[in-house]
Write a protein that binds this ligand. Structure first.
Ligand SMILES: NC(=O)c1ccc[n+]([C@@H]2O[C@H](COP(=O)([O-])OP(=O)(O)OC[C@H]3O[C@@H](n4cnc5c(N)ncnc54)[C@H](O)[C@@H]3O)[C@@H](O)[C@H]2O)c1
Length: 300
C-alpha cells in the first residue's frame, strides 16, 4: 500500500520549521503541491517575516517538488483570505489543510495576563477555525477534503503553566468533533494529531538528549495517514519518537438512579459505580449519549 498525494493540493500552516516543515516536505515528496504558510515569528508569536516559509519552499523545490510560500498570520482575516486565494490562483483546488501553526505563552494561571490567554487562544483555536472556514466551502464543492488540526497532551490531559494552551488545544478537538459530522456527506474527513517532538517550541522544556528520539520526522507519518485518501474521521492520533497511539473521550456506562426524590447524596453514594469505566464507550456524536440516557431511564 502506498500513500500518494499526486494531484492533491495541501496547505500547511506554521510550516516554516519544526513539525509543519516536516509535514510539508513529506507531502511534497508524495506528490502534493504544497502551500507553505508561516508568519515567521518567535515562539511567543511576536515579530514575523516570510523568510521561514521561503526557506522550506526552496527545500521542496530542490528536492523536485512543487510549493509556494505564504507569510500570512493564521489569525488575520485578510491574511487567511489571501492565503486561500493565492492557493486557488496558483493550483486551482485545495484537498488538504493541516492546521499546525502555534505559539506558547506559559505562566501559572494566577500569574497569567489575560492578553497572553487571549493570544494563545487566537493562534491555536481561531488560527485553526479561520483557515478551515475559508477552505471548507471549496472542499464541499470538490466533494473531497482532509482537514487535520493539531492538539496536544496539554489539552487532552493537562500541563502545569498551560491553561491557555490547553484550552486552545482541546478547543480544536471540540471543533472537529462537530465538523466531521458536517463534512461527512461531502467526503471531508477531520482528524486531530497530538504530537510530541523536539522543536524550538519545546527545546527549553525537554532534555537535550530528547532531540535524537523526538524528531519531527518520527511524528509526520501520523499526519500523512490522517490526511490521506483512506483516513479515518474524528480520530485523535498521538505520535512521538516513532510511537503511535489513539486517544478517545470515553464515557462510563453509568447508572439510572431514579427521579423520584433523587438527591445529591444518591449520586455521592453511587459515585464508584457511576464512574466504573469497565463498559465505557466513545460516542461518535452527542445524540448517542442522550439516546443512552433515555434507554436507561426507561428501563431498556
Ligand atoms: N513540539 C511538541 O512537542 C508539540 C506538542 C504538542 C503540540 N505541538 C503543536 O504542534 C504544532 C507545531 O509546533 P512545533 O513544535 O513544530 O513548533 P514550532 O515553533 O517549530 O512551529 C510552529 C510554527 O508556527 C508558526 N506560527 C506561529 N504563529 C503563527 C501564525 N499566527 N500564523 C502562521 N504561522 C504561525 C511559527 O512561526 C512556527 O514556524 C503547534 O501547533 C504546537 O502547539 C507541538
Amino acid at each position: 500500500m502506498t500513500i500518494s498525494f499526486e494531484g492533491k493540493v495541501a496547505i500547511v500552516t506554521g510550516a516554516g520549521g519544526g513539525l509543519g516543515r516536516s509535514h510539508a516536505l513529506d507531502l511534497a515528496k508524495r506528490g502534493a503541491k504544497v502551500v507553505v504558510n508561516d508568519l515567521g515569528g518567535s515562539v511567543d508569536g511576536s515579530d514575523g517575516s516570510s523568510a521561514a516559509a521561503d526557506a522550506v519552499v526552496a527545500e521542496i523545490k530542490a528536492a523536485g517538488g512543487e510549493a509556494i510560500a505564504n507569510g500570512s498570520s493564521v489569525t488575520d482575516d485578510a491574511g487567511v483570505a489571501n492565503m486561500v486565494s493565492q492557493t486557488m490562483d496558483e493550483f486551482g483546488r485545495i484537498d488538504i489543510l493541516i492546521n499546525n501553526a502555534g505559539i506558547l505563552r506559559d505562566k501559572s494561571f494566577v500569574k497569567m495576563e489575560m492578553g497572553d490567554f487571549q493570544m494563545v487562544i487566537d493562534v491555536h483555536l481561531f488560527g485553526t477555525v479561520k483557515p478551515t472556514k475559508a477552505v471548507f466551502p471549496i472542499m464541499k464543492e470538490q466533494g473531497y477534503g482532509r482537514i487535520m488540526v493539531t492538539s496536544s497532551s496539554s489539552g487532552l490531559y493537562g500541563n502545569f503553566g498551560q491553561t491557555n494552551y490547553g484550552a486552545g488545544k482541546l478547543g480544536v478537538v471540540g471543533f472537529i468533533n462537530t465538523l466531521k459530522l458536517e463534512g461527512q456527506k461531502d467526503n471531508i474527513r477531520c482528524n486531530a494529531l497530538a504530537p510530541v517532538a523536539y522543536t524550538r517550541m519545546t527545546e527549553n522544556l525537554m532534555p537535550p538528549e530528547a532531540e535524537q528520539m523526538l524528531t519531527p520526522e518520527s511524528v509526520t507519518p501520523a499526519a500523512m495517514y490522517l490526511v490521506s485518501e483512506d483516513a479515518p474521521t474524528g480520530t485523535i492520533m498521538c505520535a512521538g519518537a516513532g510511537v503511535f497511539s489513539v486517544a478517545k473521550i470515553m464515557e462510563s456506562d453509568g447508572m439510572y438512579l431514579g427521579r423520584d426524590g433523587l438527591t445529591a447524596e444518591d449520586v455521592a453514594e453511587n459515585f464508584d459505580k457511576i464512574a466504573d469505566m469497565s463498559n465505557a464507550k466513545a460516542f461518535f456524536m452527542g445524540g448517542e449519549q442522550t439516546g443512552k440516557f433515555f434507554e436507561k431511564a426507561s428501563g431498556k
